[in-house]
Design a protein around this ligand. Structure first.
Ligand code: TXA
Ligand code: MG
Length: 353
């Protein structure tokens, strides 16, 4: 692939940036890529109706081609162009769109098979971010966009993180600052009898149950069973140094981290920790501050979600070679946080009773 100069355009005001949106929309229509912020994470966008443009997404990300893309739309007319909206999806969209949710629907013929990895269904998301919607409107087509990271890396929640992964591969990054939610959209399959959550996110099971009634139970994945959202089977969100989660009752958390940190140091390692503010303060005598990433006050799940990926990326150049992270309770938004943490850790969890 030819190396491109990657430009970052800071957008502080949508109205005064119309020339940039005109240009970005033209880049999309011409079949090239633009990275843009959403309220969840940054996306790597291409014309979702152009198979060749979408092929560039797979190339830039190093993404397996059987992993389908989701389409981002600005309005209802664009949804109807790409998919058949089921009754279940109507309710989800009425309650949560625009917002951090993706509905899986039967696709229409206009959507190329390359976008959906050959599936007969397509993921549709109407982002709440003004910048994302202005870009989609300027392009005039649904925008296919996965998270704008290299495949397997933590999703980017800042323009700088996109640049770190995509420099030289794409012409333009729209910079809208940090993403509000920080974890990718909740994916809800609305094609079956009961709605099924394929990926947890900021729209929680409880919120969905309120508008849909009973949902399909959470999948207990057997080894041989392929995940329903194809992307969930790949290694994900991994920081460069190996990560282990430490799951301990509050009163034992500090001791558990002390043991882990001392053990690592005895083995000649430089441990880094990703922890709540409270634990960071307690550990400050043991771990140098440059090897501590704070992801929020204990119990502040919104802050922890918003800072999660930046905390993982912080250690790309923070001189640590093993990482330990504090876990959260798996309820509400905590389900999405733990889903990403477990994948980032490749399943390594230390349980302390
Ligand atoms: O918040 C988000 O959803 C972000 C922002 C940029 O909008 N996008 C995002 O895209 O996370 P991506 O490609 O990183 O994750 C989409 C997930 C993948 O795991 C993919 O396998 C799954 O959605 N997916 C896409 N189409 C599907 C389909 N038709 N059926 C089941 N799963 C699908
Ligand atoms: Mg992704």
């Amino acid at each position: 692939m030819k190396k491109l100069r990657t430009r970052i355009e800071k957008i502080s005001n949508i109205k005064s940036a119309s020339a940039i949106f005109d240009e970005a929309g033209a880049i999309i229509r011409e079949g090239s890529l633009v990275a843009f912020p959403t309220e969840t994470v940054y996306g790597l966008g291409a014309n979702g109706l152009d198979a060749d443009a979408c092929a560039k997404i797979y190339e830039a990300k190093g993404r397996p081609s059987d992993n389908p893309l989701i389409l981002h739309v600005a309005d209802r007319a664009m949804i109807d162009r790409a998919a058949t909206v089921t009754e279940m999806a109507e309710r989800v969209l009425a309650a949560f769109a625009p917002g951090p949710v993706t509905v899986i629907l039967p696709k229409r013929d206009e959507v190329p098979p390359r976008v959906t990895g050959g599936l007969s269904t397509v993921g549709i998301r109407m982002p709440d971010s003004d910048i994302a919607r202005a870009l989609i409107r300027a392009a005039g087509v649904p925008i296919a966009a996965p998270s704008a990271n290299r495949s397997g890396r933590p999703s980017p929640t800042t323009a700088a993180a996109v640049f770190a992964d995509m420099e030289g591969k794409i012409p333009l990054i729209l910079d809208g600052g940090s993403c509000r939610f920080g974890v990718e959209s909740t994916i809800v399959d609305c094609t079956g009898e009961r709605a099924e959550i394929l990926r947890p996110g900021a729209i929680t099971r409880e919120m969905l149950a309120e508008v849909l009634g009973e949902l399909a139970p959470p999948p207990i994945l057997r080894e041989e069973e392929a995940p329903r959202a194809p992307g969930m089977k790949y290694t994900h969100y991994a920081p460069l140094a190996p990560l282990t989660l430490i799951d301990a009752p509050r009163e034992k958390l500090y001791d558990a981290f002390c043991v882990a940190v001392r053990e690592a140091a005895e083995n000649g390692k430089r441990p880094g920790v990703i922890v709540s503010r409270e634990l960071a303060e307690a550990l400050s005598a043991l771990v140098p501050s440059k090897r501590i990433a704070v992801y929020g006050d204990a119990g502040d799940l919104s802050a922890m979600a918003a800072n999660l990926y930046e905390s993982l990326r912080y250690f790309d150049d923070a001189d640590a070679d093993v990482l330990f992270a504090e876990t959260v309770e798996e309820a509400g938004l905590g389900v999405a946080i733990m889903n990403r943490l477990k994948k980032a850790a490749g399943g390594r969890i230390r349980f302390i009773d």
